[in-house]
Design a binder for this molecule. Structure first.
Ligand code: GLC
Ligand code: CA
Length: 554
């Protein structure tokens, strides 16, 4: 039944609100996606991960779902969606949807029922508790929301609190209730019957909470983690969904794995466990941040150590390769000096795409879109940025620190509208865009990249073509060299005596490269590089700023 097609795929992530607006209301939509399917095909990607497009009041841009079986009004209709998936399948592109079932919207019918009275049959779909403290006016425990503040909200109607690990409008579902798990199975099967090829499972590792919901060690950002990150019944519940739904179709699942380290990999994704097929780890995002929020100087050796540890997970497991998504700022300027935008973006593409795993390109990454250079507080629209800023204003000395952190890390950077052309609003909409357009769209856009044979876009096309179906990249061993270097990332992939040696200069200066001993005196040729005059045969050389080369060596 399972062909595990995803092992040979290149994914493209669409954040629908910011991708393409077809009707001038300033909001990206499904017809907009349909109009770009030929573009996606031309890019050589073979699967799409679509961020949520279900009915939602948009407290968190669709990650708060009020109806799992229908499409958000602003995005179109279920018929539009059917036309979209058909168009994808016709072009050989699979569609993976976002499954957001740690929580629903507070406007979901289940929650409306649940909050209406303590004996409503849906009461136990969520976590309701009485307040604590002498007068019962304190939240039931000290857990914090990942979006700031307490994880509990008081509800007048029944005088109890409900748990929300994200915003107040995202109440957590109670997975200990077998009915909730059956709902998840039914939702998955509903979409599989409509042709969906898999799910990216949103904050899936939070679904099982420690019985009794005990107080946790205090920490303003992650208080409670030890009681719900891969909680007591996590594996059991995921296996159950797998058995009742996922295993019955030739689909893939990839879980979002905040806080997952390489030590967890095997228990999370090893094939014999029949749980998830793959996971997104965020460990490498820590290379330039602490706890994913506090920026620090990027250190290549730290980054490589994490990447390499994941490359070496057991063969029963599978990796996800990504630098960007809708929750992180852009890799330019995170890893690359903007003056070297094109060389740098291509170097990152080489480094990531010769590794083992399934690569994900986030919309705009393929043209080297960048962060906003100077974000003003009023331009932030993300709920997290706004919350953090509000908290900072209460503790005034925090304002400059928070401004600095948001400028580096805000999720808004990734969510600015896709830059299609140099026309007004980057060709994203003819109306007023729902969010700030990066002013650099006049230089950085798809139309410009199409016209330039040397563009980042055309480089991604080349890489995708090279990668899909390539056995060495899919199955080869991984070996790293010069692990301690903070300048170069060098690794080899080998299968049946043929190697790809990848050498990437992660700095804006020229660096000397020494060919590792074991490759000396062998036959070699250059198969990929981001400079016209890279060395044709493997050997010692100078690597130019952000130069990346791949030699095939026999
Ligand atoms: C995940 C999503 C993020 C969302 C959160 C709550 O982390 O990627 O965008 O805000 O879950 O659903
Ligand atoms: Ca629209």
């Amino acid at each position: 039944m399972k062909t595990r097609w995803y092992k040979d795929s290149v994914f493209y992530q669409i954040y629908p609100r910011s991708f393409c607006d077809s009707n001038g209301d300033g909001i990206g939509d499904i017809k907009g996606i349909i109009s770009k399917l030929d573009y996606l095909k031309s890019l050589g990607i073979t699967a799409v991960w679509l961020s949520p497009c279900y009915k939602s009041p948009n407290d968190d841009n669709g990650y708060d779902i009020s109806d799992y079986r229908d499409i958000m009004d602003e995005f179109g209709t279920l018929d539009d969606w059917k036309e979209m998936i058909e168009g994808m399948h016709k072009r050989g592109i699979k569609l993976v949807m976002d499954l957001v079932v740690n929580h629903t919207s507070d406007e979901h019918e289940w929650f409306k029922q649940s909050r209406s009275s303590i004996d409503n049959p849906y009461r136990d779909y969520y976590f309701w508790r009485k307040g604590s403290g002498k007068d019962g006016k304190k939240p039931p425990n000290n857990w914090t929301s990942r979006f700031g503040g307490s994880a509990w909200a008081y509800d007048e109607q029944t005088g109890e609190y409900y748990l929300h690990l994200f915003s107040k409008k995202q109440p957590d579902l109670n997975w200990d209730n077998p009915k909730v798990r059956q709902e998840v199975v039914d939702i998955c099967n509903y979409w599989f019957e409509l042709g969906v090829d898999g799910f990216r499972c949103d904050v899936i590792i939070y679904i099982s909470k420690q019985e009794g919901l005990p107080n946790a060690k205090w920490n303003p950002f992650t208080c409670g983690d030890e009681y719900f990150v891969i909680g007591p019944h996590y594996h059991e519940y995921i296996h159950e969904i797998n058995q009742k739904s996922w295993s019955k179709y030739d689909i893939m699942t990839v879980g979002e794995g905040q806080g997952i380290t390489v030590a967890d990999a095997e228990s999370m994704v090893a094939e014999p466990r029949e749980e998830l097929d793959a996971i997104f780890t965020f460990e490498h995002q820590e290379a330039d941040a602490r706890m994913s929020v506090v920026p620090r100087k990027f250190k290549l050796s730290r980054f490589k150590k994490i990447m390499t540890s994941w490359q070496n997970i057991p063969n029963t497991c599978w990796n996800s390769l990504f630098l960007e998504n809708h929750d992180y700022s852009r890799s330019i300027p995170r890893y690359i000096k903007p003056e070297f935008r094109k060389e740098g973006a291509k170097m990152l593409a080489v480094t990531m795409n010769f590794m083992k795993g399934t690569p994900y390109i986030f919309q705009g990454q393929e043209i080297g879109m960048t962060n906003i250079e100077h974000f003003k507080p009023k331009d932030y629209v993300d709920i997290v940025s706004k919350n953090v800023y509000k908290i900072a204003k209460k503790i005034f000395p925090l304002v400059p620190v928070v401004k600095w952190a948001l400028q580096k890390r805000a999720r808004d950077h990734a969510r600015t509208p896709m830059q299609w052309s140099a026309e007004e609003n980057a060709g994203f909409t003819t109306g007023t865009p729902w969010m700030y357009v990066n002013p650099n769209y006049k230089e950085i856009n798809v139309a410009e990249a199409e016209a330039d044979p040397d563009s980042v876009l055309n480089f991604y096309r080349k890489i995708n073509k090279f990668r899909v179906g390539n056995k060495i990249i899919k199955d080869g061993t991984y070996n790293e060299f010069y692990a301690k270097s903070d300048k170069v990332f060098v690794y080899a992939r080998e299968l049946h005596g043929v190697s790809y040696l990848v050498a990437a200069n992660w700095t804006h200066k020229v660096v000397e490269f020494d060919l590792p001993e074991q490759f000396k005196g062998k036959t070699s040729k250059l198969v990929m590089s981001n400079y016209f005059d890279s060395k044709e045969e493997a050997g010692d050389c100078n690597l130019m700023p952000y130069e990346a080369v791949v030699w095939e060596i026999k």
